[in-house]
Design a protein around this ligand. Structure first.
Ligand code: NAD
Length: 275
């Protein structure tokens, strides 16, 4: 099965469906990412702060999958914002991953209180120019943060990775991304188990109609909405299920009903005030 790709604003392609490793135990990461690669995932989303880049790297090395068939994202943690510290942070991430470059490097949070994200973005531009990442992007950036990058730097972020699922659909940020060529990635795409998404009627109805699980419907909603998505599961059975979403299509009515679930409620930290 071929996962569709999204063309980023710098010409690189990203697999639209990937696998996330937030809160995956570092000691179990190698096994879990090995499972994910065997299931068929080729896009892995990690971060320095997850503490599991070494396990991701070991699974990649062991897999024997050619490097150019993989898409690896990692993220710069808040305490590494700044110029020198960003250069050191990417070098450490690459060392842990056992790679000479990643495919996408993100500023994990804007942390407006630090007022360093513009400087940090310029460091990421240099990191890209040095070939240590193919693409650069941001995560948890709101419109004013993006507007500052657009006004004060040379590079439009390739992606903005946001808390996003049917009950928190982030419409204004998605519209901003669409009008500026910034692809949108969803974190917590299944609501992290904190929303009763899998009991919401439009999702349950669609699952029944297509003979799939509610989780598969939610992944499908992301894909059909043009969002890049990387659900997390430590169970191989659920990883397979979340990857098996190309044998059915939600109708326009089903998509509209699921769109109607947006409550504008976040479960994670607010990027404007997170410290
Ligand atoms: P998620 O929405 O993917 O939820 C994961 C949870 O959903 C699992 O722990 C499991 O309990 C449940 N689940 C998974 N598959 C299921 C299935 N088929 N049926 C029933 N339940 C199922 O949450 P997440 O892991 O937080 O988000 C995905 C990825 O996004 C992360 O792993 C990470 O890579 C990224 N992320 C980024 C940020 C950020 O600030 N940039 C924050 C959180 C997560």
């Amino acid at each position: 099965m071929t996962v569709p790709t999204v063309r980023l604003n710098d010409g690189h392609d990203i697999p639209q469906l990937g696998f996330g490793v937030f809160r995956v135990d570092p000691d179990e990461t190698e096994r879990i990412v090995t499972d994910a690669l065997e299931v068929g995932y080729r896009h892995i989303d990690t971060a320095a702060v997850y503490g599991n880049e070494v396990g991701v790297g070991r699974a990649i090395a062991k897999s024997g999958i050619p490097r150019d068939e993989l898409f690896i994202t990692t993220k710069l943690w808040n305490s590494d914002q700044g110029t020198r510290s960003a250069f050191d942070a990417i070098d450490l991430s690459l060392e842990k991953l056992g790679l000479d470059r990643v495919d996408l490097y993100l500023i994990h949070w804007p942390r407006p209180d630090l007022d360093k994200y513009v400087e940090t973005w310029r460091a990421l531009e240099q990191i890209k120019a040095d070939g240590k990442t193919a693409s650069i992007g941001v995560s948890n950036f709101h419109v004013p943060h993006l507007e500052r990058l657009l006004a004060e730097t040379e590079t439009v972020p390739a992606v903005d990775q946001l808390e996003l699922h049917p009950a928190f659909a982030q419409r204004p940020l998605r519209a901003f991304g669409a009008s500026h060529g910034i692809a949108i990635e969803a974190w917590g795409p299944l609501g992290q188990g904190k929303y009763p998404l899998f009991e919401m009627l439009p999702i349950v109805d669609a699952a029944r109609a297509h003979g799939v699980s509610p989780a598969q419907v939610v992944v499908r909603w992301h894909l059909q909405s043009g969002i890049i998505v990387f659900p997390k599961s430590t169970s191989r059975e659920r990883m397979s299920q979340n990857f098996d979403v190309f044998g059915f299509e939600l109708s326009a009515d089903e998509m509209a009903a699921i769109d109607g679930l947006d409550q504008g409620m976040r479960v994670g930290s607010d990027p404007d005030t997170a410290t």
